[in-house]
Design a protein around this ligand. Structure first.
Ligand code: PBG
Ligand code: ZN
Length: 325
């Protein structure tokens, strides 16, 4: 006699059969690990808002990057913290700047590690905005694009494999691609922070790099978290301008956007599991309120299941170790 219902539980009866039918699986190859480079020597200081993450000087960043490589993680995302800030962020464009020196050294000692640089001005400007600001306090799009190209070329000369502009300027990818092509850097890959939302989850990062805007906020350039269709326009525009990889950021509150971008375009999709998402799990884990390792893995799995090909995450090393154990 046929049953009036389907026996779905047959596929959950043992760990063997659960493994057999598992649809999504994380590997260390999915991750990109952010790193924070500072000037000086022998610096390795834990970032208070991001437990387990460090400010490191160049030689320590290189050693750290070797450990990341040894875990099978294919790429790092480098952020630079300069000594000096000014209104145009001049220290972002110098060939002997901290991110440029770290890039050179990592590529020299670990050529097989894909080196991604984050490209923005907010870490380097005294006002903390992501470019040049007009007199009425707004981000000046086209003036900022000019210095973006300068910064791009300095990263390319240092040897970056992938450059990831995070400022949400219109026309940014087109300007960068043109600058790179005109200077024989056709092979530099561009990963666009395509749909980046004006999120409150960036708090711990801004504390880590001291980039909170001195006045105003980032809502005239970063997206309204309420907008789904606009996110697709942002991604489409960056693809038309020549982006190789498109990113959605943050990840956890924007899993629907990740899925929609994945289904709407053919480009590889990255997501950024940002500082606030990491800090929440760490804090609740430290309190003993959640099982940190299990929640971490569930969170990362949800990002892959939503369609991410690349997950940028402060958990990259912890999660890789967990996958090997
Ligand atoms: C800079 C930048 C930010 C992040 C990455 N690049 C912060 C911001 O836009 O204020 C956030 C990363 C994180 O929270 O982990 N434009
Ligand atoms: Zn910025």
């Amino acid at each position: 006699m046929p049953f009036p219902y389907t026996r779905l539980r047959r596929l959950r009866n043992s760990s063997k059969i659960r493994d057999l039918v598992q649809e999504t699986r994380l590997t260390p190859n999915d991750f990109m690990a952010p790193l924070f480079v500072v000037s000086g020597q022998n610096v390795r200081k834990e970032i208070s808002s991001l437990p387990g993450q460090f400010h490191e000087s160049v030689e320590n960043i290189v050693e750290h990057a070797k450990k990341i490589r040894d875990l099978g993680i294919p790429s790092v995302l480098l952020f630079g913290l300069p000594d000096d800030k000014d209104p145009v962020g001049s220290s972002a464009m110098k060939d002997d700047g901290v991110i440029q020196r770290a890039t050179e050294q990592i590529k020299k000692e670990i050529p097989e590690l894909l080196l991604t640089t984050d490209l923005c001005f907010c870490e380097y400007t005294s006002h903390g905005h992501c470019g040049i600001v007009t007199e009425d306090g707004k981000l000046d799009n086209d003036a900022s694009l000019k210095i973006v190209v300068e910064q791009t070329l300095s990263h390319a000369r240092a040897g970056a494999d992938i450059i990831a502009p995070s400022g949400m300027l219109d026309g940014c990818i087109a300007s960068m691609r043109q600058g790179l092509d005109e200077n024989n850097f056709e092979d530099v890959t561009l990963m666009a922070y395509a749909a980046k939302f004006a999120s409150s989850y960036y708090g711990p990062f801004r504390e880590a790099v001291n980039s909170a805007p001195e006045f105003g906020d980032r809502k005239t350039y970063q997206m309204n978290p309420a907008n789904r269709r606009e996110a697709l326009r942002e991604v489409e525009e960056d693809i038309n301008e020549g982006a190789d990889i498109v990113m959605v950021k943050p990840a956890l509150s924007f899993l629907d956007i990740i899925r929609e971008v994945k289904d709407s375009f053919l480009h590889p999709v990255a997501c950024y599991n940002v500082s606030g998402e990491y800090a929440m799990v760490k804090a609740a884990g430290l309190k003993g309120w959640i099982d940190e390792e299990k929640v971490m893995m569930e969170m990362l799995l949800s990002m892959k299941r939503a369609g991410s090909d690349i997950i940028i995450t402060y958990f990259a090393e912890d999660a890789s170790r967990s996958l090997y154990s």
